[in-house]
Design a binder for this molecule. Structure first.
Ligand code: ADP
Ligand code: MG
Length: 683
């Protein structure tokens, strides 16, 4: 039997089962063997009843003490009860609506039971509907598969068993030197053991090998994509750089890091090849000026540019900034967002098509509309947490291989950068503009709110502005002392009597939000009480205090983003984290925030503190979906495979070598799936 054989040739699978399997994406033997267990029942580790922990799944071995008692209860339900002892302690075992239990479980005989231990009604320990078998059978670790209505875990288990029995040896595709160097088990062993491991050690080795494969192929594919990207020719060629001229327009001297980033991007655009570049920089490092510099050069060379922001508020802000910067340059810059009037939209689109607009600024959504360009040469995205190869490739369909420049608002831990941005070249702004003072950060208890308000009033009196951010809350939490922005705004009226306050939250219309933001930007509002809508990118240099209420409810990178809203001017800025939480994790987060302002360091700490999958919250992050690896926890293997993938890429003959033929085949398959869909993942 081969991997490519149809599923229906596996023993025990007829036409109807084959259809069921196909419905869960398993249509051949290879796909079945890559359908990994979700968990395992370990029948090999028998736990003494007295040592069972409530709530845990365990295997116990014991004798049924009395004949099983069947009881009918109200509603007609049948309950079968047995008492099982291992000679030391007892456990009550209960089954519902199964009239055969009394025939299957015999008094005086010994069985193995596998299930969750709970606190019973009449006994200290109970197992409800456990799986069981005669104790004299050979015991092992059994796989549990993701179940659907038509495909049960048992069905998968027996199909996998039968498939493995009819395959003599799963061919290895990694060359011997890689297997030796990373001390991997063979693919044959790994696949057999991931389904039916004989012990924990075998399971761990199997997992390590399969995680290795998955991350290795993924990273190698991303690197290939990057080198492919740099090979795409384009007619959008910068003939002359206008960087110096642009720098003259800035009200400040660019930092060396900014100059370097601009030069890197401009030289990409001069090469005759499409640019695919990422700008990573901490909050406040001045990414906008870099973007403006390359827009300037692009438009002086006859190209149109598009700039996409993650929110409307930010699009509006960018529009203001660019309009001011390009005031007397002849570069025409327009805003196209959801709230733009239909008439204006139509006119803007027409002018874009005719090439009368040099820079269009909007949100991601807008660009997906029926916008046409005359000569789109540069696409810039200001991202927050959204990544993904597919999103990026999608953007380019609007022009003839336009240059792509991505700005990341959140520093990414170094170990993850390749996965997130493996298809891009990277520029880093590792220097903040001069004259910035360190933002002092304090964590305070809510009892200190009174003196905090006084501190804020003093600063407002000096002419500065301040933010207070409240978490988004559910109705039910309002009772528990967590305040919504609306409520906070009401309560703040008294302590801030005579000051100009305003409220900003996500439920407002985009137009209203913009109004509020504009007033704050213009200095008409002194204190802005807000939800996290202001999180990313907002730039008001006169704001010097950032208060975060219920700070424990925010993740580290979010707190860092919020703090980044202040400290943007010359004045001393403060960040006050209000929290009464005493838990270890919350305390650790506050401590890190008070100790460092380095976004890259915070990102690393964030990754360490948070559990798998949590790093970017529940937000869709566009990461390729993985079968077995967890990018956030399998860091060691991630680094090994990163190193190996790089080595292979450096040797231009790698893929011509016979020993790497199979790797090359898998990589090209992977690249296709990355470009077609974010979720497809077939190794
Ligand atoms: P971010 O990288 O977070 O997007 P911005 O581009 O919004 O940062 O810049 C933050 C602030 O710093 C802005 O007010 C901007 O005008 C200012 N700024 C940017 N570069 C410099 C510089 N080289 N010198 C002084 N101020 C700068
Ligand atoms: Mg920004």
């Amino acid at each position: 039997m081969k991997f490519s054989d149809d599923i229906k040739y596996i023993k025990g699978i007829g036409e109807s089962r084959a259809t069921a399997f196909r419905s869960v994406g398993v249509s051949n033997v290879g796909e079945l063997l890559r359908f990994y267990p979700r968990a395992y029942e370990d029948w090999s580790k028998i736990v003494p009843i007295s040592q069972c922990i409530l709530g845990e799944n365990v295997c116990i071995k014991g004798v049924v003490m009395f004949p099983v008692k069947n009881e009918r209860v109200r509603g007609g339900m049948l309950i079968a009860k047995a008492t099982v002892t291992d000679g030391d302690s007892v456990v009550a075992v209960t089954f519902f609506n199964n009239k055969y239990i009394d025939k299957m479980l015999k008094s005086g005989e010994e069985y193995l039971f596998f299930g969750k231990i709970t606190l019973g009604k009449y006994s200290a320990r109970e197992m409800v509907s456990p799986m069981f078998m005669k104790a004299n059978q050979s015991v092992d670790i059994k796989p549990i598969y993701p179940q659907t209505k038509n495909v049960t875990s048992k069905m998968v288990q027996s199909a996998v068993q039968n498939a493995l029995n009819s395959i003599e040896n799963i061919p290895e595709y990694l060359p011997e030197n890689i297997i030796k160097r990373y001390d991997l088990v063979s693919l044959d062993t790994a696949i057999r053991d991931i389904h039916f491991p004989k012990d924990d050690d075998a399971l761990q080795k199997a997992r390590d090998r399969l995680i290795f494969d998955e991350l290795f192929i993924l990273q190698l594919s991303l690197l290939c994509l990057k080198s492919e990207n740099t090979e795409i020719t384009t007619n959008n060629i910068v003939k002359e750089s206008y960087t110096q001229e642009f720098f003259g327009l800035l009200p400040f001297e660019p930092t060396n890091a900014q100059k370097r980033a601009v030069n890197e991007a401009v030289s990409d655009m001069q090469s005759g090849k499409q640019m695919n570049r990422l700008l990573q920089g901490d909050v406040g490092s001045g990414k906008t000026a870099v973007a403006a510099a390359i827009v300037y050069t692009a438009s002086k060379n006859g190209m149109q540019s598009a700039l996409m922001a993650p929110t409307e508020v930010l699009a509006v802000q960018h529009h203001e900034t660019f309009k001011k910067l390009f005031e007397n340059t002849g570069i025409k810059c327009e805003l196209l967002v959801g709230s733009t009037k239909a008439k204006d939209k139509k006119e803007i689109k027409e002018r874009l098509k005719k090439g009368e607009i040099d820079l269009i600024i909007g949100t991601h959504a807008i660009i997906q509309e029926d916008v046409e360009f005359d000569r789109l040469g540069l696409v810039i995205t200001d991202e927050q947490h959204r990544f993904g190869v597919k999103q990026r490739t999608g953007l380019c369909s609007k022009g003839e291989n336009p240059h792509v420049f991505v700005m990341s608002a959140t520093p990414i831990p170094r170990t993850l950068a390749l996965i997130f941005f493996g298809d891009l070249k990277v520029s880093i702004l590792d220097e903040l503009p001069p004259g910035r003072q360190k933002i002092d950060t304090y964590a305070v208890k809510s009892a200190k709110r009174g003196s905090m308000f006084e501190f804020i009033r003093n600063h407002l009196d000096m002419g500065y502005q301040a933010y207070i951010v409240c978490p988004l809350v559910e109705e039910s939490e309002l009772m528990q002392g967590i305040m919504s922005a609306e409520e906070y705004y009401k309560k703040a009226q008294a302590p801030f009597n005579g000051y100009k306050l305003d409220l900003l939250h996500g439920k407002m219309t985009p137009k209203k939000k913009d109004e509020v933001m504009m007033k704050f930007k213009n200095g008409e509002t002194q204190l802005l009480i807000s939800t996290v809508v202001i999180e990313v990118g907002v730039d008001v240099p006169n704001a010097v205090i950032m208060v975060v209420e219920n700070a424990e409810r925010f993740g580290l990178s979010q707190l860092h983003q919020l703090r980044g809203r202040v400290g943007r001017g010359k004045a001393k800025s403060h960040c006050i984290l209000v929290t009464d939480a005493t838990g270890d994790e919350a305390t650790a987060r506050m401590k890190i925030m008070c100790e460092t302002t380095d976004g890259f360091k915070i990102a690393d700490e964030d990754l360490k503190l948070r559990g798998p999958g949590d790093f970017f919250g529940t937000r869709q992050h566009g990461l390729p979906k993985l079968r077995i690896a967890d990018i956030l926890t399998d860091t060691k293997i991630l680094m090994q495979t990163q190193e190996l993938a790089r080595e292979l890429m450096e040797d231009t003959d790698s893929f011509k070598k016979q020993e790497n033929r199979q790797i090359a085949r898998l990589v090209s398959k992977k690249i296709n799936s990355l470009q077609v869909s974010n979720t497809a993942n077939t190794i």
